[in-house]
Design a protein. Sequence first.
Length: 658
Amino acid sequence: MWRSILCCHRTTIRTIPKVGRVPVRWYAKKLKKVAQLKPVPFIIPNYISVSKLANLLNCRMESLLQDLKKLGFSNLSQGYILSREYVELILQEYDYRLPDSSKELTPDNVYDALRTPANPRFLQKRPPVVTIMGHVDHGKTTIIDYLRKSSVVAQEHGGITQHIGSFQVITPVSKKKITFLDTPGHPVFLKMRQRGANITDIIVLVVSIEDSIMPQTVEAIKHAKNSGNELIVAITKIDRISQPKQREKAIEKVTNDLISNGITVEKVGGDVQVIPISAKTGENMDLLEEAIILLADVMDIKAENSLKTMAEGWILESRVSKSVGNVATVLVKKGVLQKGKILVCGNTYGKVKNIRNEAGDQLSKAFPSDAVEVLGWKQLPVAGDQVIEAKNEATAKKFVSKRLALLEIEKEGLTVEKLNEQRAIEASKKEQESEGENEDIDEDKEPSGPKNICFIVKADVSGSAEAIVESIAHLGNDEVKCKVVSSSVGIPNENDLKLAQITNATILCFNLNGLPNDVINNKLGVDIKQYNVVYKLIEGVTEILTDNLTPIFEKKQIATVDIREIFEFQLKKKMIKIAGCRVTNGKLNRNSVVQIQRGPTKEIIYDGPLSSLKQGKEDVMEITKGNECGITFDRNFEGYQVGDKIMVYEEVKVPRYL
């Protein structure tokens, strides 16, 4: 009892020993100390300056600053802004009793209050959720294609699956349901593969018998281990090796490579099944199917399957449809999802207007492990966010508002940090000025750094937009840097065009076929580029960044001319000097840029264009090798001498790369 009362004070918790080691009088003494703590006389703000906190605490600001320095703060001033966490630390030192913060809300846990406690009575077996992972073109989609008997491969661009595909199939042999997630294999879809591994029950790692372990295979193994999911390895494309001995040898090599990468296969006494298959011919596909069902039975996968349980799930994908508006693919993990339910997800909510399966059929309900399209969102949900059912729309609005407010506080925190840093820099400058140490400081000098090249990403689904941003955000070097100012789903709208005009951004459209002409040929002159293949988009961004690098030119010599004699003649009461020259190499053009070099050191005494080029009394455009000519130079330069050499050059742009 005494211990539970005393634990209300944070600083006391660390000093209380276990019950039975000290007399009760010791606890009474501690309780008296806790009772003497003063209540906080004001509502603790999220952010407050040192001067305002001193006023609220009714203490001298100098004393507060000294106490803060003792606590480890530096670069303090009366305008320094403290966060709530720091304010609470100060209040503890000043013997104030803090309110209970064990239930402090964050954007990540704000929706926890909507969850219903687990009820074992409603637990029922559910189909396993299986993720197909592996390297590019190792046959992941072909496996799905075989199981659901549809042509997915023919619809893909560039040989990669562009989105997370979710399909529920009834296996041909055991007649049981399996929900498959087909995660993309291209490296730019890293986050999507991570998401697939973290919301699944079983991972099927696809490894080609021809290529064995590849970079994305290693990455998939890492995600599989981190997720803690059960693993099955499928060695694909065995139909390409017809000889039994060669096939057995190739399978042995892949198995050994798996072992060397930390996969405990059954061969070495582990529990990871390795199944050679050919999704093209169907060889051993029944073994893979039965392996998944058997592993699921051993795992005893269950979920609450009841209308009394608040439904929960994950957003696999989201997109904007012209006909029905915001659409999100939801993987149901708990409860029963049905029409009319109110769902909360991320920064939005919605009333379920319609539920459709992968075939487009309308459903009245969706059960655990079902992957369905849900219509009725107020705003487009973000792929990867969790979905939780709310009792009514008012509750949903309330919780979304709470989350937005918490996100705003986090955003303010970043602003406060920057503001404190800026004030510290300004204070340091003032101190240097007072000491006379700022003579060499150029205050008007702009901070150096790479030039931001702005882009706006528009994609068909949020997963693609996220992956594209992830893949191009790091592109650049010390001179130029890729900056994504906005990324969203759907055809570029008026706001996108205005933002692109303001930020001088290029709009990158991915998988958005059939853009309207008024968007492509927009009046604002915004550059819009369209892509269907990720590789091409990355190449396009790299090319734009390269074009914005500071050009470097090198001088290429194209001709040499000797000054052999100097002529003078009078023109309008002014003596004009003409250099009598002979072209010894190359070709001299009227528009040429030249350097006059003198002596063995080749000192440059003139660098610039010609003023005139004559042969005899005639103006000419060019003089070839071996011919003589008369030359005058720009800016009336006449400081040349007999014996000087003229080097004719052109500036050639040097190709640059990131």
